[in-house]
Ligand binder design. Structure first.
Ligand code: SAM
Ligand code: SF4
Length: 328
């Protein structure tokens, strides 16, 4: 079947699938303090989800990331992951998680076909971790990481949102933590979506400053890598055999020209760009009985609406969706 290509010649091969907008943490850059969540009523069922991902896979999407919200809150996660991994065309299934519930699920997820894992970890100090995440238990996350390693998942990437005046003194210790365990590490610049008021932008640490600190600490051991070219991360290796580390800057550095991804929310909205409210609901036509060919046509037409680039500073017709709702 013909590949999915947008109006700017970009081939869409990567889908981020949000399985829920609920979370068991309240990271301050991501979630409002008060409870929220759209409930299960509007959420795509397991069967609807697998059918839609199958259509994307037929049109050339070969990489799927399960995310949220916190995907481990879905009781059907393991069967859903297994069904998606088994779809013809899907060659790479990964999961983003805060790892709070990972310890008891890692082996089953690995067996279901989830090989690659991204784990959020912003601090190695228990109290600070709890403060950033709204009460998270660091020891549970560390046990989750060990369970994933024991299950043979690889690569395991840690995502650290670097926050000025909050955890920036841990930028290099996190690299050493990752190095000691054979993990990869990404430092993430905060984006102006979601979160508690102005908190995340108040503590915004530009990627240039993250890199300057790494360069000061590791000196000539910090070797630029070219494998990451095209994606949102600038990649380095610490020493010839050390861990790969990357700095992700969605705001201060555009990576839109090579963007190959779209997002599907738990309610079935196909979201074409992080920084623009361009979305198309797939749930209603699906539930109205639309057949596969017509759904593929709808998806193709939606992809043509993918904007050339994000602009977080431009006035938006509607507020941007936070990462927990979008599938970060
Ligand atoms: N709950 C899972 C987790 O935390 O890994 C998956 C969903 S979470 C929304 C995915 C990623 O989005 C996390 O690595 C988180 O750090 C990042 N994120 C959330 N809000 C952000 C923001 N305002 N700026 C930058 N990154 C953000
Ligand atoms: Fe939950 Fe992940 Fe957002 Fe933290 S970053 S509140 S773990 S969805």
């Amino acid at each position: 079947m013909q590949a999915l290509t947008d109006n700017f010649g970009r081939r869409i091969t990567y889908l981020r699938l949000s399985l829920t907008d609920h979370c068991n943490l309240r990271c301050r850059y991501c979630m409002p303090e008060e409870a929220h969540g759209s409930g299960r009523v509007g959420r795509l069922t397991e069967e609807e989800t697998v059918r839609l991902i199958g259509l994307f896979a037929r049109m050339g999407v070969d990489k799927v990331r399960l995310t949220g919200g916190e995907p481990l809150l879905r009781r059907d996660l393991v069967t859903l992951a297994g069904a998606i991994a088994a779809l013809p065309g899907v060659r790479d299934l990964s999961l983003s998680t805060n790892a709070l519930l990972l310890e008891k699920n890692a082996a089953a997820l690995a067996a279901a076909g989830v090989r690659r894992l991204n784990i959020s970890l912003d601090s190695l100090h228990a109290e600070r971790f709890a403060d950033i995440t709204g009460g998270g238990d660091l020891t549970a996350v560390l046990r989750g990481i060990e369970a994933a390693r024991a299950a043979g998942m690889t690569p395991i990437k840690l995502n650290m949102v670097a926050l000025n005046g909050i955890n920036d003194d841990e930028i290099t210790t996190m690299a050493e933590f990752a190095q000691a365990r054979g993990l990869e590490l990404r430092y993430i610049e905060t984006m102006p979506v979601g979160g508690q008021g102005e908190w995340s932008m108040r503590h915004h640490l530009p990627a240039e400053q993250i890199m300057a600190r790494l360069q000061r600490h590791f000196g000539s051991d910090l070797l630029p890598q070219h494998e990451g070219a095209g994606g949102p991360a600038r990649m380095y290796r610490v020493g010839a055999r050390g861990p790969r580390i990357g700095v992700i800057s969605a705001v201060s550095r555009h990576f839109c020209a090579s963007c190959n991804r779209v997002r599907l929310t738990a309610e079935g909205d196909l979201v074409l760009c992080l920084g623009n409210e361009h979305s198309v609901s797939l749930r209603e036509p699906l539930r109205a009985g639309m057949d596969d060919a017509a759904l593929c046509g709808l998806i193709r037409a939606a992809i043509l609406r993918k904007p050339e680039r994000h602009d977080f500073n431009a006035p938006q017709a509607a507020p941007l969706r936070p990462m927990y709702a979008l599938g970060g």
